[in-house]
Design a protein around this ligand. Structure first.
Ligand code: SF4
Ligand code: SF4
Length: 373
């Protein structure tokens, strides 16, 4: 483990830029901390934090100058790996026919700075979805192959976090190039750094680092243990697949549907949701046409339209589909949970619907079951 002093933190930006990366990370915009392109340290949300609760997200000033003193906001890295709008191909009239050109632009190398452990887990889930089966998404794959992941360990979980329940945090472990832990001790402000790959090691080798001393590992351990004990929420995941499969008619689905607006916010904010639709557009001359892929949601009526009608006409049906997919059928489909415990769907639901409370309500009147995988 190495130490990078705060006053040398700009060197990380220099090294990443010199290595050809477009740096994406947290920045304050419109009263929220969102991920966007960063030019330098000054773009980070220094001295800002967030407060989160069901249906509530606020930024506020901290009483220190932490650079990563917040958790996760409305955007996730999925926006950069799997963009909300993606051109798939275009067709241009040529003589009596059309010439079709696939969209094959090679994206710039991106460095994601400030990835949380739950978000690493979400990226791993989307890797399985887009690249893990027989059909590989070439657009996702190209972007993913060019990404450097610099993770930040979470020291201060917020009210809607439950990564501990989902085994995804708060310490960033696998699937990263670099991990950072921000330390502020009175006047001293520094970072513990570790590499997680050969690329990470190369970046570390170019930074002005010091070796961490014996007792410093304990400080980091204590900080992350404190974070582990202060999760805003918990979800009991024991036997959750069977719990949801056995309860398609539980009255809690009606209660959730009474509140749910079917607005799709939860699916847009979720770092693992991946539903999409395609749209064909043409210009007014009719000589040029394009096919675009756009994010869609299981909460939109059109998404579940199959010839002749919609298979999930009620809000109850759509909410039940979303939650059962996230926590149960996702396991059958991809061998993992579709939820990483980031809490975004709770904070950004205008009705304040909380997935952990919904599971609790369904579990409450179940006979005790033996644990099973
Ligand atoms: S379902 Fe909610 S808590 Fe789970 S990963 Fe998606 S947004 Fe985060
Ligand atoms: S659960 Fe909340 S965020 Fe999701 S569709 Fe319903 S109202 Fe919108």
């Amino acid at each position: 483990m190495k130490i990078l002093e705060r006053n040398n933190f700009h060197r990380l930006f220099d090294v990443l830029k010199e290595s050809g990366f477009d740096i994406i990370g947290p920045t304050l915009q419109d009263q929220a901390i969102v991920y966007d392109h960063l030019e330098g340290v000054e773009d980070l949300p220094e001295g800002w934090t967030d407060e989160q609760a069901p249906g509530k997200y606020r930024v506020k000033k901290r009483n220190d100058k932490a650079l990563f003193g917040y958790v996760v906001g409305p955007t996730s890295w999925k926006k950069f790996l799997y963009p909300p709008r993606q051109k798939l191909w275009s067709a241009q009239k040529a003589g009596s026919g059309f010439e079709v050109a696939a969209e094959e632009g090679v994206p710039q190398k991106m460095a994601f700075l400030g990835v949380r452990s739950c978000e690493l887990a979400a990226i791993a889930v989307q890797d399985k979805i887009f690249c893990g089966g027989s059909f590989v998404d070439p657009h996702y794959k190209k972007r993913r192959e060019n990404v450097f992941l610099a993770a930040v360990n979470c020291a201060e979980p917020k009210g809607t976090c439950f990564c501990v329940s989902m085994n995804t945090g708060p310490r960033a472990l696998g699937g990263l190039d670099l991990s950072l832990t921000e330390m502020i001790e009175g006047e001293r402000h520094y970072f513990f750094l570790r590499s997680g790959s050969a690329e990470g090691e190369k970046v570390l080798s170019r930074l002005p680092l010091k070796d961490a001393e014996g007792g410093q590992q304990k400080k980091e351990d204590a900080l992350l243990e404190e974070a582990r004990r202060h999760m805003g929420r918990a979800m009991d995941t024991r036997d959750i697949k069977r719990l949801l499969y056995d309860n398609p008619d539980h009255p809690q689905w009606d209660k959730a549907a009474e509140r749910c607006l079917s607005c799709a916010n939860c699916t847009m904010a979720c770092p693992t949701c991946f539903c999409s639709t395609v749209e064909d557009v043409s210009d007014l001359t009719g000589e040029h046409a394009e096919r675009w892929r756009k994010w869609d949601s299981c909460f939109s009526l059109e998404f579940s339209y199959i010839h002749g009608g919609n298979v999930r006409q009620s809000t109850k049906g759509r909410y039940r589909q979303w939650m059962t997919h996230k926590l149960a059928s996702w396991q059958d489909q991809f061998g993992t949970s579709g939820c990483v415990g980031c809490g975004r769907c709770i904070s950004w639901c205008p009705a304040g619907i909380d997935i952990t409370e919904e599971v609790k309500a369904i579990r409450a009147d179940q006979p005790a079951r033996a644990e099973s995988p």
